[in-house]
Design a protein around this ligand. Structure first.
Ligand code: AHM
Ligand code: MG
Length: 337
């Protein structure tokens, strides 16, 4: 139950977004309307995640997605919730999702279709059946005027991460937490289940500059490039701890709050890394940098990378600035090879 002193400083994510937009004198309010579509979809997703086991949403659909992974029923529900909530906002031109080969063009052209949204509807979905935290990741881009008539819906989306207007994620964990940035710091909200709204819990979050914790699927270490292996040997000598959940959102969220580094290096199975640049690495990199952290692919900053395809993968080194630097030193600018 909420205490009366808490009521005095209640800020919902909606009012926070509107406040943030007031810092942009040219803002029309459309962007806040779009972000509220994302947060609404995430409330629908969270309601389904919370009821998993009670309603028939667990397990896979028998289909395989563009990544060659089994589509979980909740993946599909999350994907549909985002499509519907954003489809009605009126200002989204293109939507792209991890679950679909091709992007959806909602509005072909014109000044109304000003934004494009990319998302991973349910990250870590292979963990759902065993009640491990999962999440939703989103990235919002401007649809540039020169792309209004583009015949190819993918091309307008191939913007480097530094062009993102906003990015965020929701982690469906022991509580449901939403984290977002529009380039003016990182802000964190907790879903209050009694009132059904995301309430501000932490403003201007900063990542600790260091932290003796690394997060990686170390079972693949034998096929990591040498630089990463050297880092792991070094970290063990320095008495670092290992924490790995296997859901990027949950592993990143811990790293944001506690410090340390998350790694998904190139492996024998995934020579370009496993994680997707446009809707996993870029949004997390935007948040990390806004929180004074860093994100790199081992050679360059994640947000500097020029994407070449929608579902492009990338190696990822993300977390506290000092820890990322240390991995990069050992990788020697050659992605550890
Ligand atoms: P997903 O988006 O299909 O769920 O896959 C991405 C997930 C990330 O959440 C996580 O960091 C990674 O895959 C775990 O991979 P692995 O099982 O190889 O360690
Ligand atoms: Mg994912």
């Amino acid at each position: 139950m909420m205490r009366s002193d808490q009521i005095e400083r209640l800020i919902t994510v909606q009012s926070h977004i509107i406040e943030q937009q007031q810092m942009h004198p040219e803002a029309t309010g459309e962007f806040s309307w779009l972000l509220s579509g994302v947060t609404f979809a995430c409330r629908i997703i969270e309601a389904n995640v919370r009821r998993a086991g009670l309603i028939d949403v667990l397990g896979d659909t028998g289909e395989t997605n563009v990544q060659g992974e089994m589509v979980q029923k909740l993946d599909k529900i999350a994907h549909k919730a985002l499509l519907r909530c954003l489809g009605y906002r009126g200002n989204v031109g293109i939507i792209a999702s991890e679950e679909d080969d091709e992007p959806y063009v909602l509005q072909q052209a014109g000044p109304k279709a000003r934004y494009m949204v990319l998302f991973d509807p349910l990250d870590g979905s292979s963990n759902i059946d065993v009640n491990v935290s999962v999440g939703t990741i989103f990235s919002i881009l401007r649809r540039r005027e020169q792309d209004w008539d583009a015949k190819d819906p993918v091309k307008p989306l191939l913007q480097p991460g530094f062009e993102q207007l906003a990015a965020g994620y929701v982690v469906y964990g022991s509580s449901t937490v939403l984290v977002y940035t529009t380039g003016k710091g990182v802000h964190m909200f907790t879903l209050d289940p009694d009132i059904g709204a995301f309430m501000l819990s932490n403003e201007n979050v900063k990542m600790p500059a260091n932290g003796k914790m690394y997060s990686v699927n170390e079972a693949y270490a034998a096929s990591f490039p040498e630089g990463y292996q050297k880092y792991l040997t070094w970290a063990k000598k320095e008495n670092y701890s290992l924490r790995y959940i296997g859901s990027l959102v949950a592993d990143f969220h811990r790293t944001l709050l506690r410090g340390g580094v998350f790694l998904y290096p190139p492996t024998a199975k995934s020579p370009e890394g496993k994680l997707r640049l446009l809707y996993e690495a870029n949004p997390m990199a935007f948040i990390a940098e806004q929180a004074s952290g860093k994100a790199s692919d081992g050679v360059q900053a994640i947000m500097e990378k020029r994407p070449t395809s929608l579902h492009q993968r990338t190696p990822l080194i993300i977390g506290s600035a000092d820890e990322v630097e240390r991995v990069l030193e050992l990788c020697n600018g050659k992605n550890g090879r």
